[in-house]
Design a protein around this ligand. Structure first.
Ligand code: GAL
Length: 663
């Protein structure tokens, strides 16, 4: 369900933070910048209902009418992200509690337990009231359920969560015997006689049962999803024609929601993304996150619901964006399928915890570099609006699974240095450096059509996931599996008979023992590459040995192997290769598989393509370097409004979007 026929541009608008006279200027400036949509009311509950049951819509009526008169559409939030203090004051039992039993109080935001019936009852009341009042307002083009559901409060260990967790377990397992089996409770005298005996994995004297922990992650993601579903169902009942979304947080520091389960429930998938200031190459992290969001959206176009025009306020050192970075970041997302670029927030606050967070209108006002860049971005997005609705088509996939992430990073494992997100991102980095488009997808998606599939640290994999990978290799895909993949089933039980149980046969190897490395220890491979974190005692049972360990705990053991499987191949990497060695190995696989580059671009320049239904295609070039580059390509550059025939120059730090006519 598409909400508009153009690239959305705008952001969170919080007019309640500003005096009435500012609102007219806001609309005028939005028009100047080319803003076409704002998200309204995200944190408005306390303003809409200052006292229990006393709903005040007058100010919101006025804002929505003003925006509508100015030609600006509204993505109306349901205002349920942060309940007003009076609610917890009357119902302290709705507050979230940590694993250590500490209550998280009001005074910040999102102080509620996701499973609280009180929260649910009151939030549903306000959702209903908003839908009844604004559901037929012509400005309202989309519902924005809650906000970043699960941010801050997803893991709640209170008694209400404990009750909900037990019910969730009863549905999952049916009987306490089945739960005992799945959790392996024969170990450490953990056998349960009744669901009533089960607690959330609260702070305990020793490691809590890993399957118990894993199920609590699953439950918590589902409890947060239930918040979305509860609100969505009310909105669908009252306003069935308005698309419904909520903003995801596909970012390295927010891994608690299994968005592959959430994606299909949204009319339009939306994501928030903020650069990691500490990483000087953070445009690569952006690329990974953005490709993963497209995977969550099933390949459909999606919306960047929040990002920052410049610095955020919540990292240890909040680096400002350099000139041109705003445009490049925005275009990176659009090149990867975003049909909109929205920001937190319209006007940088003058008070409150986020007053040092950038906005579209900075504290300095409009006579500023940032505002001029904002206006420039609006112009660029308008110039490329024809791209909206086009899709990406790629032949290389990286597998990703939030459940595997949770399981991979549980305690009591061979090495705490196996970090899920980082490892998958480094694989994605190597692949994108080949100048190709990369999809990041769930192991159980349809993998047919991919020529290369990389399976990084997929510690937990279901039988279906493992079978899908194998089938893809049989029919011609080149599969690359890294260490600590395919080790356990979905109950976190070891797949016996030698590691990696789920992939051993396909890989033509068997590993008898893990021999992880000490902190900062390195190993050398016979092909000259270097590994860290991991080694293991691999034996080939049919696979070709491409490199062995020269030193470290298992000298002479195979470190990189390749097996022929049907029409494809299966490569195993038994250590964490240094980035440049990983680059080389994966570039070889991509080359052998015959995956063509999107365009021949130098390092530091991204080339990506989106395809329209009618055969039109658009080539995106994003130059992250400080040098101008020339790229062999043809078409009409919509950004510069210039024709390119055979070769096109992209200025230092700049972007180009070429309409190519092929097919
Ligand atoms: C998001 C949130 C916004 C704002 C932003 C700051 O987590 O949805 O309300 O806090 O971060 O970067």
């Amino acid at each position: 369900m598409r909400a508009w026929p153009t690239i959305a541009f705008g952001g969170d608008y919080n007019p309640e933070q500003w005096p009435r006279e500012v609102w007219d200027e806001d609309v005028r400036l939005m028009q100047e910048a080319g803003v076409n949509i704002v998200t309204l009311g995200v944190f408005s509950w306390a303003h809409l209902e200052p006292r229990p049951g006393e709903l005040r819509f007058d100010w919101l009526d006025e804002v929505i009418d003003l925006l509508h008169a100015g030609g600006i559409a509204v993505d109306l939030a349901t205002a349920t992200a942060s309940p007003p203090p009076w609610l917890a004051h009357r119902h302290p039992e709705m507050l979230p509690v940590t694993a250590e039993g500490v209550t998280l109080w009001t005074g910040g935001r999102q102080a509620y337990c996701p499973s609280s019936p009180v929260y649910r009852e009151h939030s549903h009341r306000i959702v209903r009231a908003l839908a009844e009042r604004y559901g037929s307002h012509p400005a309202v083009v989309m519902w924005h359920v809650n906000n970043e559901i699960g941010c801050h409060n997803v893991l709640c260990y209170c008694d209400e969560s404990a009750r909900a967790f037990r019910s969730w377990l009863e549905v999952r397992y049916g009987s306490v015997e089945a739960l005992n089996e799945a959790w392996g409770t024969a170990f450490w005298s953990q056998r349960y006689d009744d669901f009533a005996e089960i607690q959330p994995p609260r702070a305990a004297p020793a490691f809590v049962n890993p399957t118990h922990q894993l199920d609590f992650h699953r439950f918590s993601s589902d409890a947060a999803l239930a918040i979305y579903l509860g609100e969505r169902d009310i909105l669908k009942e009252l306003t069935p024609d308005i698309p419904v979304t909520t903003n995801f947080m596909v970012m390295p520091h927010e891994g608690e929601m299994d968005y592959f389960r959430w994606g299909p429930e949204l009319d339009v998938v939306a994501n928030d993304h903020y650069l990691t200031a500490a990483d000087p190459e953070n445009h690569r992290g952006l690329a990974f996150s953005s490709d993963l969001v497209r995977g969550v959206a099933g390949g459909e176009p999606w919306l960047l619901m929040e990002t920052s025009t410049s610095a955020v306020n919540w990292q240890p050192r909040n680096v400002a964006k350099r000139p041109g970075e705003l445009l490049r970041s925005a275009l990176q997302h659009v090149a990867r399928g975003a049909d909109g670029v929205l920001f937190f927030q319209w006007r940088a606050s003058r008070a409150g915890a986020e007053k040092f967070h950038s906005g579209l209108v900075p504290h300095a006002g409009t006579d500023s570099r940032l505002w001029r860049e904002v206006v420039g971005l609006g112009r660029t997005l308008a110039a490329i609006s024809e791209v909206a609705g086009a899709r990406s088509r790629n032949e290389v996939a990286v597998l990703f699974d939030w459940q595997a992430w949770w399981a991979c990073e549980l305690d009591a494992h061979p090495s705490e240095d196996v970090r899920y997100w980082d490892t998958v991102e480094s694989v994605h980095r190597s692949l994108t450096d080949c100048g190709i488009g990369v999809d990041v997808v769930h192991p159980e998606t349809d993998l047919t059509g991919y020529r290369v599939i990389v399976v990084p640290v997929l510690y937990l994999v279901t039988d279906a996931g493992a079978a899908a990978v194998r089938a893809a290799a049989e029919s011609g895909a080149h599969v690359v599996v890294t260490y600590f993949s395919g080790i356990v089933d979905e109950s976190d039980h070891i797949r016996l008979g030698g590691y990696p149980g789920a992939f051993r046969e396909m890989l033509g190897i068997v590993s008898e023992e893990f021999t992880p490395l000490r902190e900062n220890e390195t190993v050398t491979l016979s092909d000259g590459s270097r590994g860290t974190v991991w080694a293991e005692d691999v034996r080939s049972v049919g696979a070709d040995v491409l490199a062995t360990f020269v030193d470290g705990p298992v000298p002479g053991a195979p470190a990189i192997t390749r097996n022929r499987v049907g029409a494809g191949s299966a490569t195993y990497l038994a250590t964490r290769l240094d980035q440049r060695d990983l680059d080389r190995v994966l570039a070889e696989v991509v080359g052998d598989a015959g995956v063509p580059q999107v365009a021949d671009v130098p390092p530091g320049v991204e080339a990506l393509r989106r395809h329209g239904e009618d055969g039109t295609s658009w080539l995106f070039l994003v130059n992250h370097t400080d040098e101008p580059v020339e790229v062999a390509c043809s078409g009409h550059d919509l950004v510069a409004d210039r024709q390119a025939s055979g070769v096109h120059a992209v200025a230092a730090g700049s972007v180009a979007v070429l309409r190519e006519h092929r097919g």
